[in-house]
Every structure is written in C-alpha cells, then in structure tokens.
Design a protein around this ligand. Structure first.
Ligand code: ADP
Ligand code: MG
Ligand code: ZN
Length: 496
C-alpha cells in the first residue's frame, strides 16, 4: 500500500463525490434458483449439488417461484415498477467457481426497475434512485488453501465448493448518487443498513454481511467542484461490514483526489478492500459488451400477472423508517436512546419483548445491557442468543412480582441461556426465589445486627447511611435472595 492520499477535508473542498451502490442479497428460499438443491449456509463442501447447479451439459434449469415472489416483494418495497414480462440472460465469462462459463442473470430486462429510497442522515434527507433490482444466481466458492492469508496469491492450491452455486441472488443497483458531499461515506453506510433492515422485515434473506448473504460493491468517482460531468469510477468489491463501507469509500475518495490533483487519471477498475484500511487494484473493468449477454434459451420468460403483483404488495411489511418513527413515539425514548436500540440490532427483539408484556424501558434495559454484554462475550448477534423475547419478558415479570431481584434475574438469564428451561423453571431448579418469608428475613437481620454492633449503633443514632453495610451482610447471608428494600425496612423496624 503506497497510495498517495489527500486529506478528506481537502478532497471535499476540491471535488464532489458520486456514489454507485450495487448490493447483492442472497435469498433464503428453501431451494436454489434453478434446481431443487437445498439453499443453506455451512454444509459440508459439495454436498448440496446436482447436475443443474454443477452446470453439467444436458441439465435443464427451472425457475424457483418463491425466488420470483421474493424478487417482486423486494422490488415493490423499493418503490420499483415490476416488469410485465422479462427474461433471464447469460453473462459469459470464465471463472472456475462457475462451470457453465456463464452466469444466469438478467440484463436489459430486469424484474424490477425505477425505484426510490429516502434516507435521513444526520438530519438531512437524501433520495437514492434505484435503477433496477434483478435476479441472478450466485457462483460457487473458491477456497485458497495452504497459505497464510487465505488469498490466492500465496495459496498452494485452491478448492472449489459448489454448494453456493445457484443460490438465488437479487442485485439492487442505484443510479449515480450525486450531491452527498462529505456525507458520501455515511450515506452509503446508511443505505446499506436500510436495505439490511428492509430485507429482514420482508423476511427474504438472512442478511448476514459476515457470511456474505448481503454484499456491497461500492462505486465512487469524483468531479471537480462545480462540474456536472461524471468522472471515472472505481468499484470496491464485496465490502462485508457497514463500517468497512464507510472506511473503503473514504479511502477511495482520498486516493482518487490525490491522483486527480496530481494531474493523473483514475483507472476504471475494481478494487479490493483490506480490513487493515486500504484498497488495492483488482481487474480493469469489462464493458458490458465484453460479457456477450444474450437471452437465456433454457428458461421461459417471467410474466407475473398484475393480480399476483398486487397480492404481493399487500404482504409488504411496514417500511423500516415508518416503523422506527412509530415505535419511538410509542415507547417515548429520546433520539439517542432509540438510536442505541437500532444500532444494537435490538429493535425487533424489544418490540417482541414489549408485545410479551414488558415495558419498553425494562425491555431496553435487558437487551442493551445484560444481554448485549453476553452477546459480545460470545461473539454472536443478540438475535442468536438462546433466549427469546418472551422469556426476557417473563424474567422481567418475575422481577416485578418480587420473586427475584435484579441480581437474581441475571442468574435466571444464565440458566435460560444454559438450556435449563423457562425462567420460572430456572428459579425453581436453582432455588433462586427471594426469601419473602419475613420470619427468615428478620432472623437474618438480627444476625447481621449482632455481628455488626458498631454499625447498628450508628443507625440507632439516626445515621441511615450506615444501613448499606447491614443490608449487604443480610444479602450475603441469604445468598442475595432477598429484596433489599424490604431488608432496609426491617432494619429500621428493629433498630428504630
Ligand atoms: P458494473 O457492471 O460495472 O458493475 P453496474 O451498472 O452494475 O455496472 O453498476 C455500476 C454502479 O455504479 C451503478 O450503481 C451506477 O449507477 C454507478 N455509476 C455509474 N457511473 C458512475 C460514475 N461515473 N461514478 C459513480 N458511480 C457510477
Ligand atoms: Mg454490477
Ligand atoms: Zn442443484
């Protein structure tokens, strides 16, 4: 990495960035795009394959109706028109993870086109025009083995896993996005994050960036400030986290600005993002005509009836931004409190916890503190923790009923996560309920008073600040299984 870089501020003073975002979404259909093989992540290599997705001669593809349905719902949710008639096309190129030497895709007849997304970034509204959303199949996956980096450069050999070949993909392509200025990287990040939420709400994809089920190719070019003619762009491939999208675009803007300011030309090429914080050149970019696109003769055209499209429109979920506004108002959180929920990916979980009977503040508390800490420790998403919103609501109900205190509630959560059953079962199984029998509490209080005569004397003199020490002693005696407020009352009664 030896690129000259201009500072971001200087780059913004001299140039206007233009973005182009291509987002690939892997659909979560049960089977693949053109065959009946299972569409799942993480199987043993080459176990989910058949003659069609291996591209064997003579095999014939059949379109997966569920994938078409998802494509239409995605298109509608992006405000697109849905084609009355469209076809698949062969995109010809060679790569060892694609045995047919062509990818079945769509070209000039996409299923969805002319959409529009509005985004709010730092209080400013940006309109992202969607050029098209088209269907295609994913390729297989090359595994470069025997080296240290896992990249092809230092590999001893490469293996091909065709499980992913034929996975249904939707590629969502924006028109060039102008006018974002210094917010360009943040707008790109917000857009991809919006798409992620939208796909999740539609239920059409797992949208796990780290597993590649949501991938973004980020195009950017610069125009000297005041110009309107687009500059040459680079396309940074497969940037696989939201943070990296922002970082990769910031880097490319600074790099291109330095090239242009030195009188050079930007090469129209793909670039690779390295998590260490820089891009390197990939291949110089083909023109569309190099792919020799032509209509796929083995598949019938797709002509969704208008009735079907309208039926699908009726299944669309509430748009993510509308939903956020509604929930924030209903729950009464300040902007920052609410943003923390969204950023933690806890919105749906908290919504479900509230639906199961918890108040919004308590639901927020459990998910953003205790459970977020556990998810962090084990490196999983909140939604992957082995506890459901209903169970979290049940834990909170136990707290409110006085069965457990907050501290014991954390142990109940431990038990649920460890597979010990429902919260009530964990309380019974671990014997966690607070001692609610006053007789037992009073004897514990008396024991604590006897063991701490000087503290007791202070409280008798009215120094209630000292009560903490006695409460602590009682709690310790009862293994934390007491209601601290009730213990305090009893101390006052005994010494008052
Ligand atoms: P490719 O086949 O090169 O991936 P696509 O049309 O699929 O081309 O995607 C290119 C993306 O880049 C689109 O989002 C498009 O709007 C955008 N784009 C095109 N020209 C420019 C440019 N000069 N600067 C920035 N983005 C651009
Ligand atoms: Mg493209
Ligand atoms: Zn198959």
């Amino acid at each position: 990495m030896s690129d000259a870089l201009m500072s971001f501020d200087d780059a913004m003073a001299a140039f206007d960035p233009v973005l182009g975002l291509e987002v690939h979404v892997e659909l979560n259909t049960a089977t693949k795009m053109f065959c009946g093989c299972a569409n799942v992540f993480g199987s043993e290599p080459n176990t989910n394959t058949c003659p069609v997705c291996l591209g064997l001669p003579g095999s014939l593809p059949v379109v997966n109706a569920k994938a078409i349905e998802s494509a239409i719902r995605i298109g509608l949710s992006l405000g697109c028109d849905i084609a009355e008639w469209c076809r698949f096309a062969r995109k010809n190129y060679f790569y060892p993870d694609m045995t047919k030497d062509f990818q079945t895709s769509q070209y000039d007849e996409p299923i969805a086109f002319d959409g529009r997304v509005e985004l709010e970034v730092d209080g400013e509204t940006f309109v992202i025009e969607i050029e098209r959303a088209h269907m295609e199949e994913d390729a297989g996956k090359l595994v470069h083995a025997g080296g240290v980096t896992g990249r092809i450069g230092d590999a001893e050999y490469s293996l091909v896993d065709y499980n992913r070949a034929g996975t249904p993909l939707i590629e969502i392509v924006t028109r060039p996005i102008r006018g974002t200025g210094a917010k360009a990287p943040a707008v790109a990040k917000a857009y991809v994050s919006y798409l992620r939420d939208l796909m999740r709400a539609l239920g059409v994809s797992d949208v796990r960036m780290e597993q590649g089920s949501l991938r973004c190719d980020a195009n950017v070019s610069l125009m000297p400030t005041g110009e309107t003619e687009l500059g040459l762009r680079t396309e940074t491939k497969n940037v696989n986290s939201l943070r990296s999208i922002e970082a990769a675009l910031t880097y490319e803007i600074r790099r291109q600005a330095a090239v242009l300011a030195a009188g050079g030309k930007v090469h129209q090429e793909t670039r690779h993002w390295h998590e260490e914080g820089y891009t390197t050149p990939g291949r110089s970019k083909e023109q569309a005509e190099d792919y020799r696109y032509f209509p796929e003769p083995d598949l019938v055209p797709v002509a969704p009836s208008r009735e079907w499209v309208e039926e699908l429109r009726a299944t669309l979920p509430e748009a993510p931004d509308a939903k956020r506004k509604r929930l924030q108002a209903a729950w009464g959180f300040a902007d920052q409190e609410f943003a923390d929920i969204v950023n933690a990916g806890a919105l749906d979980l908290i919504e479900a916890t509230v639906a199961a009977g918890a108040t919004a503040p308590t639901a927020r508390k459990w998910w953003l503190t205790e459970l977020a800490r556990r998810a962090n420790e084990t490196g999983v998403e909140l939604s992957e923790l082995a506890i459901t919103p209903t169970q979290v609501a049940a834990v909170q109900a136990l707290v409110e009923a006085g069965t457990v205190n907050d501290k014991l509630a954390r142990q109940v959560i431990d038990g649920v996560l460890a597979g010990e059953g429902e919260p009530a079962e964990v309380v019974a199984g671990r014997g966690l309920a607070v001692v609610s029998d006053d007789g037992a509490l009073i004897s514990a209080v008396d024991r604590a008073i006897a063991a701490n005569p000087d503290v007791a004397a202070k409280i008798r003199e009215g120094k209630m600040a000292a009560a903490g020490a006695l409460i602590g002693a009682v709690m310790k005696d009862l293994r934390g299984q007491a209601d601290a407020a009730r213990v305090r009352e009893l101390i006052v009664e005994r010494l008052g």
